[in-house]
Design a protein around this ligand. Structure first.
Ligand SMILES: Cc1cc2nc3c(=O)[nH]c(=O)nc-3n(C[C@H](O)[C@H](O)[C@H](O)COP(=O)(O)OP(=O)(O)OC[C@H]3O[C@@H](n4cnc5c(N)ncnc54)[C@H](O)[C@@H]3O)c2cc1C
Length: 493
């Protein structure tokens, strides 16, 4: 069976390998000059800078990919667990360094609130249950229709995991100090949403961090993309870079292959789009073939926030942990600015990575890298990024100075900026929405656009904007769900 995949992101490459293992002949067509998608990096003057992901969660999902393909992850990647997980700088001068060691975590919470520290064991016990329920009922399972959520089992799973409340308010069941509550909900930015707008079940992200840890692959996160490329090569998957797809060919309601930007065609028995789902419908499928997903329906889907990025090469050491967050005291207001006012956050939350803290191979001797990510409104806000980018850069540099990175401006030897325009341009993300479709309740699990088109036969989706959602491990799970689909639909394996 011939399968054509649009896009060599994590989802495209992982599903390609899984299907090749089942005996399919798989070709990936990628518009960019290198594979990896948002899991990318650049190299300049001896710096090797990750541009997208910096934290690896749920490493067991990545390990399972290698095992399912009959390989050992250790032969491809060297993973290191980070201690502490990160440092959070609050505006009042207090700090917390979450840890995946429960004893240390309790000590850290105690520095802020003894009462909240006492609640940690109860939190762990509850979330252990929610995690198992969420994995089996919502995450590792294909959905065909929202009606699939109407089973008694699903409804009781939804209710027991508190999915009908929001992530931030759920933290109040355990903790009362606002800083602790933020430490247990700031992770909503990993998927581009406000903690007050996400179902409480996403509170599993901090739980996973605080129990399974945060991991780092030597050489940077792009090493994961390189490992996936190696797997593709070994399994006979051909990745055609710099070969963009212009159209999915549909005949009599069946996907027949791809029309490429260079004028050639790639016929196939099935098509999988790893390009972002809204973009795939809007730009790659003629509207007459999709009465169920008209332009207006696709445009009514909510997209995540975007991200302003600053990548710096610095003379000397940075003196920060691998990951840090610098948060304003009115952190939740940042999200009102981003999502409700659609305006530049007046006091942004800032994430900083200092990857050289664990990996000196990423920079020339005596130099370091600083990676800055600031969540910002997506392009639906109409913000003029030519005007705003320099202002945000100034804010970021000032905050870095405040937390101890002295004379930063003078020490910059390499600099690149990425704005929401770049996310749209580089990866076809509608509205420059860095994390794809928003994961709020009505776009999660069975309510998220499914990975199998409802009308066009033999058309599938893999990646951040289909089920289960965004983030490397979750996209890897989406590739597992594609394998399940192909086993069921085509009797493979
Ligand atoms: C700044 C940033 C920070 C992040 N941090 C983390 C983190 O710390 N940890 C984590 O787990 N996740 C993180 N993520 C999320 C993670 O990167 C994504 O969820 C994941 O990489 C998405 O993979 P994907 O396979 O869905 O799609 P993508 O990576 O978007 O890949 C899709 C591919 O399709 C290609 N394509 C698009 N249109 C066409 C076309 N017409 N023809 C051919 N090819 C096409 C694109 O070029 C791209 O290569 C971060 C993302 C960003 C952007």
């Amino acid at each position: 069976m011939k399968v054509a995949i649009i896009g060599a992101g994590v989802g495209g490459m992982a599903s390609a390998c899984r299907l090749a293992k089942l005996g399919c002949e798989v070709e990936i067509y990628e518009k960019n000059s290198k594979a990896g998608g948002r899991l990318s990096n650049f190299q300049e003057n001896g710096f090797r800078v990750d541009t997208g992901p910096t934290l690896l969660l749920m490493p067991w999902v990545l390990r399972r990919l290698f095992e399912d393909l009959g390989r050992k992850m250790e032969d491809y990647l060297e993973l290191k667990q980070l201690h502490p997980i990160y440092r959070i700088y609050f505006e009042d001068g207090s700090r917390i360094e979450p840890s995946s060691d429960a004893k240390k975590m309790i000590e850290e919470i105690s520095k802020i609130s003894k009462k909240d520290a006492d609640a940690y064991s109860r939190y762990l016990a509850d979330y252990r249950k929610y995690y198992q329920i969420a994995l089996s009922e919502f995450i590792e399972k294909n959905f065909d229709s929202p009606l699939d959520m109407l089973s008694l089992r699903s409804i009781s799973a939804l209710l027991s995991s508190g999915a009908l409340r929001d992530m931030y308010s759920k933290t109040g069941d355990y903790f009362s100090d606002p800083r602790v509550r933020i430490a247990f909900s700031l992770q909503s930015v990993y998927i581009g949403a406000a903690p007050t707008k996400l179902p409480a079940v996403y509170g599993l992200i901090p739980y996973v961090e605080f129990t399974e840890g945060v991991w780092y692959p030597k050489g940077g996160l792009y090493s994961i993309a390189e490992a996936l490329i190696a797997l593709c090569n070994e399994l006979g998957v051909r990745i055609h870079t710099s070969r963009g797809v212009e159209r999915i060919m549909v005949e009599d309601g069946v996907a027949k292959g791809l029309a490429l930007a260079d004028g050639t065609k790639a016929e196939a028995d099935a098509v999988i789009s790893n390009a972002d789902l809204p973009y795939t419908y809007l730009r790659l499928i003629d509207e007459r073939h999709r009465p169920h997903m008209t332009d207006s329906k696709v445009l009514s889907l909510k997209t995540s926030c975007s991200a302003f990025m600053l990548y710096l090469g610095i003379e000397g050491e940075v003196g920060l942990p691998h990951h840090s967050f610098i948060l304003p005291s009115d952190y939740l207001k940042t999200f009102e600015d981003i999502f409700d006012r659609k305006a530049m956050p007046q006091k942004p939350g800032i994430y900083i990575a200092n990857p050289c803290a664990h990996d000196s191979s990423l920079a020339p001797e005596g130099k370091s890298i600083i990676y800055v990510l600031i969540p910002v409104p997506n392009l639906s806000s109409g913000i003029d990024w030519k005007k705003e980018a320099p202002k945000l850069r100034e804010i970021a540099l000032r905050k870095l100075e405040e937390i101890g990175v002295k004379d930063i401006e003078k020490r910059i030897v390499m600099e690149r900026v990425f704005t929401p325009y770049d996310w749209k341009e580089a990866y076809g993300l509608e509205n420059g929405a860095t994390f794809g479709l928003s994961p709020h309740l009505l776009q999660s699990a069975a309510f998220r656009p499914p990975n199998k088109d409802r009308k066009i036969k033999r058309l599938y989706f893999v990646g951040a904007s289909t089920h289960p959602g965004s983030g490397i491990p979750i996209v890897l799970l989406s590739a597992e769900l594609i394998e399940k689909r192909f086993r069921d639909d085509f009797g493979l394996g």
